[in-house]
Design a protein around this ligand. Structure first.
Ligand SMILES: [Fe+2]
Ligand SMILES: [Fe+2]
Length: 168
Protein backbone atom coordinates (compact mmCIF):
# COMPACT_ATOMS: atom_id res chain seq x y z
CA UNK A 1 0.00 0.00 0.00
CA UNK A 2 1.38 3.39 -0.97
CA UNK A 3 0.00 6.78 -0.01
CA UNK A 4 1.58 10.20 -0.57
CA UNK A 5 1.86 12.34 2.54
CA UNK A 6 -1.30 14.38 3.09
CA UNK A 7 -3.26 12.38 0.50
CA UNK A 8 -6.48 10.52 1.35
CA UNK A 9 -6.00 8.06 -1.47
CA UNK A 10 -4.20 4.76 -1.46
CA UNK A 11 -2.34 4.71 -4.75
CA UNK A 12 -2.92 1.02 -5.50
CA UNK A 13 -6.56 0.85 -4.45
CA UNK A 14 -8.30 4.15 -5.02
CA UNK A 15 -10.20 5.00 -8.21
CA UNK A 16 -8.99 8.61 -7.73
CA UNK A 17 -5.40 7.55 -8.35
CA UNK A 18 -5.93 4.99 -11.12
CA UNK A 19 -4.51 7.25 -13.88
CA UNK A 20 -1.50 8.04 -11.69
CA UNK A 21 -1.01 4.33 -10.94
CA UNK A 22 -1.20 3.50 -14.67
CA UNK A 23 1.64 5.94 -15.32
CA UNK A 24 3.96 4.59 -12.64
CA UNK A 25 2.94 0.99 -11.83
CA UNK A 26 6.02 -0.68 -13.37
CA UNK A 27 8.37 1.78 -11.65
CA UNK A 28 6.49 1.60 -8.35
CA UNK A 29 6.58 -2.19 -8.17
CA UNK A 30 10.21 -2.53 -9.33
CA UNK A 31 12.67 -4.02 -6.86
CA UNK A 32 14.93 -0.96 -7.34
CA UNK A 33 12.28 1.48 -6.11
CA UNK A 34 10.95 -0.91 -3.43
CA UNK A 35 14.52 -1.11 -2.10
CA UNK A 36 14.26 2.59 -1.19
CA UNK A 37 11.98 1.57 1.69
CA UNK A 38 15.12 0.48 3.54
CA UNK A 39 16.66 3.96 3.63
CA UNK A 40 15.78 6.92 5.82
CA UNK A 41 15.36 10.27 4.07
CA UNK A 42 15.18 13.76 5.63
CA UNK A 43 15.13 12.00 9.04
CA UNK A 44 11.37 11.66 9.07
CA UNK A 45 10.52 8.99 6.50
CA UNK A 46 11.89 6.50 3.99
CA UNK A 47 13.42 7.49 0.66
CA UNK A 48 10.60 5.53 -1.01
CA UNK A 49 8.01 7.70 0.77
CA UNK A 50 9.89 10.89 -0.18
CA UNK A 51 10.03 9.85 -3.86
CA UNK A 52 6.34 8.92 -3.82
CA UNK A 53 5.47 12.31 -2.29
CA UNK A 54 7.45 14.17 -4.96
CA UNK A 55 6.07 11.98 -7.75
CA UNK A 56 2.42 12.27 -6.71
CA UNK A 57 2.35 16.03 -6.17
CA UNK A 58 4.42 16.69 -9.31
CA UNK A 59 1.87 14.59 -11.22
CA UNK A 60 -1.07 16.61 -9.88
CA UNK A 61 0.69 19.93 -10.57
CA UNK A 62 1.70 18.96 -14.12
CA UNK A 63 -1.81 17.68 -14.86
CA UNK A 64 -3.29 20.96 -13.65
CA UNK A 65 -0.84 23.02 -15.74
CA UNK A 66 -1.19 20.92 -18.90
CA UNK A 67 2.35 19.50 -18.78
CA UNK A 68 3.31 15.84 -19.20
CA UNK A 69 2.11 14.53 -15.85
CA UNK A 70 3.00 10.88 -16.57
CA UNK A 71 6.65 11.60 -17.27
CA UNK A 72 6.90 13.90 -14.25
CA UNK A 73 5.37 11.16 -12.09
CA UNK A 74 7.79 8.47 -13.34
CA UNK A 75 10.86 10.68 -13.03
CA UNK A 76 9.70 11.96 -9.65
CA UNK A 77 9.63 8.39 -8.37
CA UNK A 78 13.17 7.85 -9.66
CA UNK A 79 14.76 11.21 -8.80
CA UNK A 80 16.52 9.95 -5.64
CA UNK A 81 17.25 6.39 -6.77
CA UNK A 82 20.41 5.59 -4.83
CA UNK A 83 20.87 2.88 -2.24
CA UNK A 84 23.21 4.24 0.36
CA UNK A 85 22.98 6.56 3.35
CA UNK A 86 25.62 9.20 2.66
CA UNK A 87 26.16 12.21 4.90
CA UNK A 88 24.32 15.29 3.71
CA UNK A 89 27.39 17.09 2.38
CA UNK A 90 27.45 19.70 -0.36
CA UNK A 91 29.16 17.13 -2.56
CA UNK A 92 26.38 14.60 -2.03
CA UNK A 93 23.73 17.21 -2.72
CA UNK A 94 25.44 18.05 -6.01
CA UNK A 95 26.36 14.54 -7.13
CA UNK A 96 23.41 12.32 -6.28
CA UNK A 97 21.24 13.34 -9.27
CA UNK A 98 23.87 11.87 -11.62
CA UNK A 99 23.98 8.66 -9.55
CA UNK A 100 20.17 8.45 -9.55
CA UNK A 101 20.08 8.96 -13.33
CA UNK A 102 22.65 6.21 -13.93
CA UNK A 103 20.76 3.85 -11.64
CA UNK A 104 17.44 4.65 -13.28
CA UNK A 105 18.90 4.07 -16.77
CA UNK A 106 20.06 0.58 -15.75
CA UNK A 107 16.47 -0.51 -15.15
CA UNK A 108 14.22 1.77 -17.21
CA UNK A 109 14.13 3.30 -20.66
CA UNK A 110 13.95 6.99 -19.89
CA UNK A 111 12.64 9.74 -22.14
CA UNK A 112 14.63 12.97 -22.59
CA UNK A 113 12.22 14.73 -20.25
CA UNK A 114 12.50 12.06 -17.54
CA UNK A 115 16.31 12.12 -17.70
CA UNK A 116 16.32 15.92 -17.45
CA UNK A 117 13.92 15.85 -14.48
CA UNK A 118 16.19 13.47 -12.55
CA UNK A 119 19.49 15.15 -13.45
CA UNK A 120 18.33 18.74 -12.81
CA UNK A 121 16.27 18.31 -9.65
CA UNK A 122 18.97 19.88 -7.45
CA UNK A 123 19.27 23.05 -9.55
CA UNK A 124 20.48 25.73 -8.73
CA UNK A 125 22.78 24.00 -6.21
CA UNK A 126 23.90 21.72 -9.04
CA UNK A 127 24.86 23.44 -12.29
CA UNK A 128 22.63 22.84 -15.32
CA UNK A 129 19.35 24.67 -15.69
CA UNK A 130 16.26 22.45 -16.20
CA UNK A 131 15.18 22.22 -19.86
CA UNK A 132 11.53 21.26 -19.55
CA UNK A 133 8.53 22.55 -17.58
CA UNK A 134 8.19 19.11 -15.96
CA UNK A 135 11.78 19.47 -14.65
CA UNK A 136 10.88 22.78 -12.99
CA UNK A 137 7.76 21.31 -11.42
CA UNK A 138 9.67 18.35 -9.93
CA UNK A 139 12.55 20.61 -8.84
CA UNK A 140 10.19 22.94 -6.94
CA UNK A 141 8.04 20.09 -5.59
CA UNK A 142 11.13 18.29 -4.28
CA UNK A 143 12.18 21.39 -2.32
CA UNK A 144 8.69 22.03 -0.98
CA UNK A 145 8.23 18.38 0.07
CA UNK A 146 11.71 18.31 1.64
CA UNK A 147 10.78 21.35 3.74
CA UNK A 148 7.60 19.62 4.95
CA UNK A 149 9.54 16.44 5.74
CA UNK A 150 12.11 18.40 7.77
CA UNK A 151 9.31 20.18 9.63
CA UNK A 152 7.82 16.76 10.52
CA UNK A 153 11.23 15.71 11.85
CA UNK A 154 11.57 18.92 13.89
CA UNK A 155 8.06 18.53 15.26
CA UNK A 156 8.78 14.90 16.32
CA UNK A 157 12.07 15.99 17.93
CA UNK A 158 10.36 18.84 19.82
CA UNK A 159 7.68 16.43 21.12
CA UNK A 160 10.36 14.00 22.33
CA UNK A 161 12.22 16.77 24.16
CA UNK A 162 9.00 18.03 25.79
CA UNK A 163 8.12 14.47 26.91
CA UNK A 164 11.59 13.98 28.40
CA UNK A 165 11.56 17.29 30.27
CA UNK A 166 8.04 16.58 31.60
CA UNK A 167 9.28 13.24 33.00
CA UNK A 168 12.30 14.73 34.78
FE1 LIG B 1 17.59 14.54 -4.47
FE1 LIG C 1 14.39 14.47 -3.37
Amino acid sequence: MSRAIGSRYNVEHSSHTSAYLNAISDVLSSSEVQELKKFEHHHSMTRFQHCLNVSYYSYLTCRKLGFNAEQAARAGLLHDLYVSSPKCTKEHLKNHPQVALENARKSFKLTKVEADVILKHMWPLRKGRPKYPESYVVMFTDKYIALIEYCIYLSHSAKKITKKSNKS
